[in-house]
Design a protein around this ligand. Structure first.
Ligand code: MN
Length: 738
């Protein structure tokens, strides 16, 4: 009998053999046989033999890449309490050792945490779970696998039981998986939980997906073919995965952002996994070249990882037939972390014990248990637990007890607008936990916030724009000003522009000013100066966006009159010897210097340059007309640190193959424009070092660092970009910072 049952674990053994790690197969086999014996004759509600459950859990545990002891514990996890002849831990310890016994004990102790339980029981159970986790994180991995299988087979349970289990999964286990960065587990748990919590909503979306997907069965397959053909032309190793978003992720988007199914942009998603971070950006460039990108959808989680360490590049582009799809690009390592989170350590690293990086990511567990020791109020404990799981958000309560999630650092004004636009616009004050609080206060997790409104309120104040943290609140406030206060906006905006003119020390008269502002307004696609004042007034455009253009137009008008005579830089350093240096630059008078190119002005071969001897970092090379170097030169103290430098002859061989240069491109927002620009750059074999885009009204501002050979090359690039339709303006960026 038992030997025959061994067939049941053949798939598991196949899996283990295929993943290339070392396992104690005999030990695993005997753990299975022991569990098989203990659960003999026992059936699950579905009618299946009970042993099918521990087998499924063991398979998931193995899928996470956990070790022999974890797999054994998975087989044994229900033998201590859930079988007729309960075994005890001592027996397990005797047969399988301390570690397995510890894991089984941990999993056994995690009792169901019923959300509707009495508070004390609830807390006690969460506390036990955390304690077990803090002893050995593998306990929670096994528990999550156990939960996953229970969710897969939840349909056999009675209605109330389903609901309770689904609630617990949604509120405790899915967030926990998320907190541990275990994306795959989290998604599966959420999907099943949703299926039981909102069957109608779930099925509606599922049906939509099936319909939409049914219409475009080949869509993802064709994309994969197109993209892999393109990628094969490079020497980049890659893996392509196509997928449709999960029901839950679509549900959440529709619900949170109040969108209809058809408004969900990234229904289809494609994932490209490559070897290096550099290749991620290369591939991104290729994708943008192949497809039109949707503005504002590019996210770089590589340079700015999410709090749970997730890293990836995201962009949304438009495929054939106008169907948008999301592309995620990441390295193998980032992918492992994304899919398995903390568990990736066991799956992909050989060590069995957690390293320092893992410890750090689990610190919050022990912190939580620590604070709990000081006789914490039960309510506080629950709050602390929930808060720590969602640490990048602040959860506050309405007086009615509804929970509102705000991004970390959001103020009471943000809170008001998140409830309703009308509440925000009529806000005259607020209370935190029953006490009047300034409306710019930042509520803490668990605070009860009440917004005081008045119908005689004159509407939001302009200062609020500088206070609020969420885009939602900012937009709503701007909308209000845009609609209600055009005349006032114009006055405010005009005053700001006046201040700017004052800084120019310009003597131009009202007509000339009006002409300048009108020209700037046109550059933003507006009709007249008042439109620009209005936009400045309600905050649709910031002054910083307008400054440089005002200056441009102003200088254009008064070029001869007001342009300061160029500073003649004649270094006093005697030019005795010439010293070849790195980067194609010859330095006078200083030997063996390291040369670096100043980021503020990014000089290019062919331009007049000047060197500045920095304290300890060699010579920084600036453009001769860089404001920073002029300032430095004006300061007597620095005068002897200026050094004459010049470009070497191009044939000298000391040149770098390319030099970075920062440019800003303003375009009217059109979906394919970014792709056209990057396409033009690719044609000219110009690499994009970095790129970010920002939408301002109807225009998009693209800040880009490109690498080019010299000033002539650079100018030809600019000319080419200026020739693209709907490109409003291309400028070289010279930052003010050193
Ligand atoms: Mn179980």
């Amino acid at each position: 009998m038992a030997d025959e049952d061994l067939k049941m674990i053949e798939p598991l053994f196949e899996l283990l053999k295929s993943n290339g790690k070392k396992y104690d197969f005999e030990k695993i086999k005997s753990a299975f046989l022991y569990a098989d014996e203990m659960h003999k004759g026992q059936k699950r509600l579905s009618g299946d033999p009970y042993i099918t459950h521990p087998i499924a859990v063991a398979e998931s545990v193995a899928g996470l890449g956990l070790d022999t002891d974890s797999i054994c514990a998975a087989f044994l996890h229900d033998t201590v309490e859930d079988c007729p002849d309960k075994t005890d831990l001592d027996k397990i310890r005797e047969l399988f050792g301390d570690e397995v016994a510890l894991l089984v004990d941990g999993v056994t102790k995690i009792k169901s945490i019923n959300i509707e339980d009495k508070e004390e029981e609830h807390i006690e159970n969460i506390r036990k779970m955390l304690l077990a986790m803090s002893k050995d994180i593998r306990v929670i991995f096994i528990k999550l696998c156990d939960r996953m299988h229970n969710m897969r087979t939840l349909y056999v349970k009675k209605d109330e039981k389903r609901r309770a289990t689904a609630l617990e999964t949604m509120h405790i286990y899915a967030p926990l998986a998320h907190r541990l960065g275990m994306q795959k587990v989290k998604q599966e748990l959420e999907n099943y939980a949703l299926m039981y919590l909102d069957p109608i909503g779930y099925n509606e979306i599922k049906q939509h997906i099936d319909e939409k997907y049914g219409k475009n069965v080949n869509f993802i397959e064709n994309l994969k073919t197109d993209i892999s053909e393109k990628l094969k032309q490079t020497n980049i190793n890659f893996t392509l995965e196509g997928r449709v978003k999960t029901v839950y992720s679509i549900y959440r988007k529709m619900y949170n952002q109040n969108k209809s199914f058809d408004e969900i942009y990234d229904f289809y998603a494609l994932r490209i996994i490559v070897d290096t971070e550099y290749e991620c950006y290369t591939v991104l460039g290729m994708i943008h070249e192949m497809y039109k990108s949707v503005p504002g959808r590019f996210k770089d989680y590589i340079s700015t990882p999410k709090p749970n360490m997730y890293q990836s590049l995201h962009t949304t582009v438009i495929g054939k037939d106008g169907i948008p799809f999301e592309v995620q690009i990441r390295t193998k390592e980032m992918h492992q972390v994304a899919e398995y989170g903390v568990a990736a350590h066991w799956k992909y690293k050989s060590g069995e014990k957690a390293g320092a990086d893992i410890d750090k990511r689990l610190e919050w567990i022990s912190k939580l248990i620590d604070t709990e020791n000081d006789a914490m109020d039960p309510d506080d404990f629950i709050h602390a637990f929930k808060i720590d799981i969602f640490h990048d958000e602040t959860f506050v309560f309405t007086p009615k007890g509804d929970v509102i999630a705000l991004p970390f650092g959001a103020t009471l004004i943000d809170f008001a607008y998140s409830i309703h636009t009308g509440v925000g616009n009529k806000m005259v004050g607020a209370k935190i936990n029953g006490r009047i609080a300034p409306i710019d206060s930042v509520p803490k997790n668990g605070d009860i916030v009440e917004v005081l409104t008045s119908n005689s309120s004159k509407g939001p104040s302009r200062d609020w724009l500088n206070i609020v943290k969420t885009g939602e609140a900012r937009n709503k406030i701007r909308q209000w000003f845009k609609k209600e206060k055009r005349q006032e906006n114009i006055i405010v905006g005009k005053a700001e522009v006046e201040k700017e003119f004052a800084r120019f020390r310009s003597s131009c008269n009202d007509d000339e000013r009006n002409e300048i502002v009108t020209a700037v307004a046109k550059r933003f696609g507006m009709n007249e100066a008042d439109d620009l004042y209005n936009a400045l007034g309600y905050g649709g455009i910031t002054l910083s966006k307008v400054e440089s253009k005002l200056r441009d137009e102003h200088d254009r008008m008064f070029k001869e009159k007001e342009m300061a005579a160029p500073v003649q830089i004649e270094p006093t350093v005697s030019t005795v010897r010439k010293h070849r240096s790195t980067g194609g630059v010859i330095v006078d008078g200083e030997d063996g210097c390291t040369v670096k190119f100043a980021k503020c002005c990014n000089p290019l071969p062919g331009e007049d340059i000047i060197g500045f001897i920095t304290k300890g970092y060699g010579i920084s090379v600036h453009r001769a007309d860089c404001p920073n170097i002029r300032n430095a030169y004006a300061n007597e103290e620095n005068a002897n640190r200026i050094v004459k430098v010049e470009w070497d002859t191009p044939t000298s061989g000391t040149y770098k193959s390319s030099y970075d240069s920062a440019i800003q491109i303003i375009v009217s927002s059109r979906i394919s424009l970014l792709a056209e620009i990057s396409g033009a750059l690719a044609d000219m074999r110009v690499d994009i070092v970095s790129i970010n885009t920002k939408k301002v009204e109807d225009t998009t501002v693209i800040n880009m660092t490109i690498s080019c050979r010299d000033i002539d090359h650079f100018n030809s690039i600019l000319t080419r970009i200026r020739g693209i339709k709907d490109v409003i303006r291309v400028t070289r960026v010279t930052g003010a910072s050193k």
